[in-house]
Design a protein. Structure first.
Length: 62
């Protein structure tokens, strides 16, 4: 697995597509995975990535 905090170049994307034993994850996918599985992470990792739920008020549409 290769993780980047950016995006892969076209050449790197093509290489990853042709090499199924290697998984490439970009920053968007990484954030999505963290948010999706955050509650399942051990306490050790949740302390490394301390997230808090916040509520943002949205005006009611009329």
């Amino acid at each position: 697995m290769f993780v980047t905090l950016s995006n892969y170049t076209k050449k790197a994307q093509k290489y990853l597509e042709n090499t199924p034993i290697i998984r490439g994850i970009n920053v968007t996918e990484l954030v999505d995975l963290i948010l999706k599985y955050y509650d399942d992470l051990s306490e050790k990792y949740r302390k490394m990535i301390p997230l808090k739920m916040v509520y943002i008020p949205v005006p009611k549409e009329e």
